[in-house]
Design a protein around this ligand. Structure first.
Ligand code: ARG
Length: 264
């Protein structure tokens, strides 16, 4: 009960972006509540008091396609999982936050069909000479806690390794690299690449390691047993194959998407 109140408070404090998907009748007039952690540009981030990013545009297209109205709230990462874990008692109906579909998460949550292919990537200061993830074993690494990056780096560095530093947001992990507190950050490729591009004065190296980091697929996440999944899946399938998807991908990621591996 106490926990619920805390989550509720965070929701109230969080910035809410109201958007109308239009067809009230199709949704029974209900406005769906969607959670995100808006500190993961270009997927989702705050632009003054607005949440912007690929996921925001994608969600809007999906909700329009499904004829549902919704509002998107910046809850932060851990609260999002803590809330949706409550199943029917969740304050939120779904979350979109560059969330990789994984077998482990599927035990607790339901996911839409995949809508985005990702992979983790290494960010270091220029000239650090790191060539792959295994070389990070004896270095200091910052990650956002409870992400696939944390899982992967735990696997390489060892579970109790105190040189693997976990932060509540990816923005804080990046700040730690800036301050020289760590040698590297591991995060999703789009986020690493955007950070490099947006900070041309700072000089970084961004390293792909497709041997140690496998492809990941983002899904919209639901509380387990959600009745929304079928409707949203149908909409995701349509939007994923649309010209609009290509446009938003180019806008936020900067290149043409390859959606050939996005299978249901
Ligand atoms: N894709 C990674 C995962 O699912 C990282 C996502 C982090 N997203 C965010 N909005 N902070 O673990």
């Amino acid at each position: 009960m106490k926990k619920w109140t805390t989550v509720g408070m965070i929701a109230l404090l969080g910035v809410t972006l109201a958007a109308c998907g239009g067809n009230e009748a199709a949704s029974g007039g209900e406005t769906l509540k969607i959670a995100t952690d808006a500190s993961y540009a270009p997927m989702e981030s705050m632009d003054k008091d607005k949440i912007v990013g690929f996921d925001v545009d994608f969600l809007d297209a999906v909700m329009k396609e499904a004829g549902l109205s919704y509002e998107l709230t910046n809850t932060g990462w851990d609260p999002l999982f803590a809330d949706l874990e409550k199943g029917e008692k969740s304050a939120y109906d779904a979350a979109i936050s560059a969330i990789s579909i994984s077998d482990d998460r599927k035990k607790t949550y339901d996911f839409s069909i995949p809508y985005f292919e990702s992979v983790n990537m290494i960010l270091t200061k220029e000239g650090a000479g790191v060539k792959d993830a295994l070389e990070l074993k004896d270095k200091k690494v910052a990650v956002q806690g409870a992400t696939t990056a944390e899982e992967l780096m735990k696997g390489i560095m060892g579970d109790g390794n105190t040189d693997l530093k976990r932060f509540a947001s990816n923005a804080e992990a990046l700040l730690e690299l800036d301050k020289g507190g760590v040698d590297a950050v591991v995060a999703d490729f789009a986020v690493v690449q955007a950070y490099v591009e947006n900070n041309p004065d700072k000089k970084f190296d961004a390293i792909f390691d497709k041997t140690n980091f496998a492809p990941e697929y983002y899904g919209i996440m639901f509380p387990k047993g959600s009745e929304l999944k079928a409707k949203i899946d149908a909409a995701v399938e349509k939007v994923r194959a649309s010209a609009e998807y290509k446009e938003m991908y180019k806008k936020w990621i900067g290149v043409e998407p390859d959606t050939s591996d996005l299978v249901n």
